[in-house]
Design a protein around this ligand. Sequence first.
Ligand code: ZN
Length: 242
Amino acid sequence: MYCVFSDVHSNFEALEEVLSAATGEGAERFLFLGDAVGYGPDPGKCAGRIKEISEIALAGNHDMAVTGRLEPAWFNPPAYKAITWTKEHLEPGLLSWLGLLEPARTYEEILLAHGSPRNPAEEYLLDSQQAAANFLAGRFRLCLVGHSHLPLIFESGRDSVKMSVPEHGTRLNLLPENRYIVNPGSAGQPRDGNAKAAYALYDPVGMTIEFRRVAYPLRVTQEKMKKAGLPAELAERLSRGV
Ligand code: ZN
C-alpha cells in the first residue's frame, strides 16, 4: 500500500500526522508529489523527513523557486516572502537535494506530476476540459498530481472526462478500461474549506485509491509561523483550510 501525499509546504505537524495515520492504515511506501517547502515554518524538518521516507519525491513550483529554477517574483507577495525566508533557513544539503528533484517522474507505470502531465511545474488542473487535454498529452493509465491543494478525481471513460470531488473515506475503484488523474489534496495547506490534512492510500493490487483527512495540531504550526515572522495571513488561512 502506498501513501500518496503532496504540498506539505513546511508544515511539519501536518506531515507527521499524515505519515503516522497512513502507516497505521497499512502504508509502507510513500509517493510525494511536490512542494516540500514554502509557506510554513519547518522547511528543513519537512524536506529531511520527505527525503528519508519517499520512494519518489517530486519538485513543486515552490521547491523550484527556492532552488533558483523558477522566478520567485511570479509568486504572490506572501508566498514570495515565504520563499525568501525558506532560502535563508534551509540547510545547504537539503537545498541541493531539493534542487535535484524533477516536477514529473514515471514510477511503475504511474505518471507522477506536480501540476499536470503537460505542464508539471505550473498548471493547476481544475476542470474536466483541462483534464481532457491532459489525457491527450500522455499515454498514462494513472497520473497522480498535486499543486491545486484540492482533492480531485478526473476519470476518462469511453467518450467523456468526468470530474468528482472525493471526501474523507471516498474509495475510487480504478477500472481497467478507464484512465485517471487523481489529486490527493494538500497535506500542509488544504484549500477546500476543510482544515484537516489530506492524503490518499493507493492499493496497486486491489486497484483502489482511498481519500483520507486527518486533524493535526495546527495551532502549533501557526505559533511557529508567528515566531518566525512569516506573513500572518499564511498562518491564518490554515484554520480555514483555504
Ligand atoms: Zn503547493
